[in-house]
Design a protein around this ligand. Structure first.
Ligand code: NAP
Length: 304
């Protein structure tokens, strides 16, 4: 039985790997389906401390990975499909085999929900984003749209007004589901225009976004809007399906932590770090921070 499994390869997982391997726990990290996590979908990252000239998201994750491997984290290109409690630990099953561990750090992240329209995937990192905090800065003096009608969309739109000259909110209905206070802020902001009852049908552009096709959800009519960026804010889903009820989740479906230590879950020996347990901050640096905490928590738990 190995000491520690780390499930997920975003900033939280790799940071847990760095700390746990330096503590001689010989952790095994399962990369999962979206190796490198959400940062693989961004281009320049300018708010990760230590990189004063910025760094490309995929390059940053490559550095994280190298650093984790350097201290002995064993990285497996496998996806954990199942995890169950066994005597003295946990059994993990991947498509390639099964493994036993005394403790587990879950850092499987969250995935942005995307629109699934033509042009969206091709232009991710080139004008299509799911994170205004990460990418808003690149839209100085530009025109952007934010898709969605919840608090995230309101927050993203308001944040983007700091950079963009014009922010359109494209919402599929004629009323928002966001909280009243956020709606009021949006509706009072002169830079924001709401395009009610509209859906994005296609995103256009070769090297960067240049326009979108919109469809009216009422009469079905089509229109085109010239813009430079598309921010999709229709929600995130924490990647917890494979856990199949092993640990308690909060009302939004994220892993509940803070039982005995900050990263402890409802099951002793199972810790959670990064976006899978965080619906609030969702930043690479906060994920890395909780990854470090989880490794320290796991080390102390194993010691006792
Ligand atoms: P959300 O509340 O689920 O809202 C998602 C929005 O996206 C809805 O308006 C929905 O439209 C729209 N949508 C969903 N699928 C779509 C699709 N395929 N095409 C077009 N539009 C689509 O998600 P969220 O805004 O990310 O918020 C998640 C939770 O975090 C909420 O509880 C929210 O209150 C909270 N949050 C709070 C804050 C804050 O307080 N500052 C900030 C961010 C998030 P419909 O309305 O038509 O369903």
């Amino acid at each position: 039985m190995h000491n520690l499994a780390i499930i997920g390869s975003g900033p939280a997982g790799y940071t847990a790997g760095i700390y746990a391997s330096r503590a001689s726990l010989e952790p095994v990290l399962f990369e999962g389906l979206e190796s490198g996590g959400q940062l693989m979908l961004t281009t320049d990252v300018e708010n990760y401390p230590g990189f004063d000239s910025g760094v490309m998201g995929p390059d940053l994750m490559q550095i994280f990975k190298k650093q984790a491997e350097k201290f002995g984290t064993q990285i497996k290109t496998e996806t954990v499909n199942k995890i169950e409690k066994i005597d003295g630990g946990f059994k993990l099953e991947t498509g390639k085999g099964s493994y036993e561990f005394k403790s587990v750090i879950i850092s499987s992240g969250a995935s942005a929900i995307w629109l699934d329209v033509k042009g969206e995937k091709e232009l991710q990192g080139h004008g299509v984003s799911s994170c205004a905090t990460c990418d808003g800065f690149f839209f100085k003096e530009k025109k952007v749209i934010v898709v969605g009608g919840g608090d995230s969309a309101m927050e993203e739109a308001l944040f983007l007004t700091k950079f963009a000259t014009k922010v359109y909110i494209v919402h599929r209905r004629d009323s928002f589901r966001a909280s009243k206070i956020m709606q009021d802020r949006v509706l009072e902001n002169e830079k924001i225009e709401v395009l009610w009852s509209k859906e994005v049908a296609e995103i256009h552009g070769k090297e960067a976004v240049n326009s979108v096709s919109l469809k009216d959800t009422g009469d079905g009519s089509s229109s085109k809007l010239t813009i430079d960026g598309v921010f999709v804010a229709i929600g995130h889903t924490p990647n917890v399906v494979f856990l199949d009820g092993l640990v308690d989740l909060d009302e939004k479906g994220y892993i509940k932590t803070g039982f005995t230590t900050d990263t402890s879950t409802s099951v002793p020996g199972v810790f959670a770090a990064g976006d899978v347990a965080d619906s609030v901050y969702r930043q690479a640096v906060t994920a890395a921070g909780t990854g470090c905490q989880a490794a320290i928590d796991a080390e102390r738990w194993l010691e006792h």
